[in-house]
Design a binder for this molecule. Structure first.
Ligand SMILES: [Zn+2]
Length: 142
């Protein structure tokens, strides 16, 4: 068994906050095509273009339970892998927050949390971002 690191513990707390706020399952998407359309929409926005250098992200759906969804990015392109149960707007925005922060160590730190709140506020509704902010504050993550 691998040792749980501080980053693992922090990630688990962020996931708990997302479940409590309902953002983990926010708006289920019907297919990977719909997930790709959401990613393209965000990437085309003026805000994204000012925030992050990634210009193209390919979204893949991996129908397994054993893995978590992940984001892999290079200088200008990236790949998002969504696994079972993760085809939702909330998870897509979570993965985009990693990408926007260049969060390569997957630390789910305060910068990541701030970016996730920004994405939720811009691309869903402010009330959704406010709800998650409360849960993150309760857990002392921001
Ligand atoms: Zn994450």
């Amino acid at each position: 068994m691998t040792k749980r690191t501080d980053a693992d513990r922090r990630a688990a707390k962020v996931y708990d906050a997302e479940w409590a706020a309902g953002t983990a399952v926010l708006r289920p998407l019907q297919s990977v095509v719909e997930a790709q359309a959401l990613v393209d929409y965000v990437l085309k926005s003026r805000w994204w273009r000012k925030t992050c250098g990634i210009r193209k992200i390919d979204v893949e759906y991996v129908p397994v339970w054993e893995l978590e969804s992940e984001m892999e990015d290079r200088r200008t392109t990236g790949r998002m892998r969504l696994t079972m149960g993760n085809l939702s707007e909330g998870v897509v925005l979570h993965e985009l927050a990693h990408c926007a922060r260049g969060d390569v160590d997957n630390s789910h730190g305060p910068d990541f949390c701030g970016m996730l709140l920004e994405l939720l506020s811009r691309f869903t509704r402010q009330v959704v971002a406010d709800r998650l902010r409360e849960e993150l504050q309760l857990r002392k993550l921001i």
